[in-house]
Design a protein around this ligand. Sequence first.
Ligand code: ATP
Ligand code: MG
Length: 332
Amino acid sequence: RPRVLSGIQPTADSFHFGNYLGALRQWVDLQRDHAPFFFIADLHAITVEQDPKVLRERTLRAAAQLLAMGIDPERSSIFVQSQVPAHAQAAWVMQCLTGFGEARRMTQFKDKSAKGGEGAASVGLFTYPVLQAADILLYRPHYVPVGEDQRQHLELTRDLAQRFNSRYKKTFRLPEPYILKATAKIADLQNPEAKMSKSASSPAGIIEMLDQPSVSAKKIRSAVTDSGSEVRFDAEEKPGVSNLLTIYSALTATSVGDLEEEYAGRGYGDLKKDLADVVVEFVTPFRDRTLELLDDQAHLTQVLEQGRERAHEVAQATLDDVYRQVGFVAPA
Ligand code: ATP
Ligand code: MG
């Protein structure tokens, strides 16, 4: 059976619609025919400063949200990245294979360090894509379901896999990104040129899965739309309306074309009002289920422990192989 792996950072109290439509929904679908590993990327989270208590809480909230959206721990292994030491260990080996200039070309680092300036960014933020390559390669997956912003990191991962395989012996599989075009980049509601992001979006720009449903409805109704009044998908001319159509289409399994027809001759206001209702209907049960799961920490801990055991077994076997290839002497 083809293998699948992906991760998400516990960098906010809630996942948002970009995370869900860009990646997490595919996680749920892919469990049917694959044996996935999904992890909560706490090592990645600390590339920017985190409050320890908050990070711990968010890690458990992330696990609860994954279960609430339909990740089944019998089919999928859900684990916390820092609990599987092979990730950090393999990352060092991958760092020694990565060119400095190659790492410099990663646009996410440029984006994320732009605000405070490169000098203020951590070295961890700089080497983040290399840790990500280690995360992925350890599990030898066929597919990595992610949003568009991760495409460049997946290319680096494949380059590093290939480099390792040719320098030593064939050890890693070259993974394919699994990116659904329609929902690969959900935009910020207030700034439709930018992607919706846990750490960069303003509160009004982001629909959080765990927001009060009435708050989410209000955000949809106040989303920035474009000049003109025609409801039409046009990513260049009408990025705001197009983003709303994308979200609407994904949540209702209606094609964008059908939505354009439905709203022909009606204004943006109607579209927003109806989408707000759709969003409320979608997030209400999700939110209830997540809060329920958060009340049973023993269950969450048990799910994460089961995931950790399975992940550790696979990752450690690959790491042992990697260490041997590199020329490290195995302990007696
Ligand atoms: P941060 O701002 O802390 O980086 P994030 O919102 O980018 O948070 P991540 O945890 O980095 O979320 O990414 C989790 C997954 O969600 C990745 O697969 C990423 O590609 C996807 N993703 C994130 N934002 C979007 C978006 N706006 N549209 C589509 N997919 C997205
Ligand atoms: Mg991100």
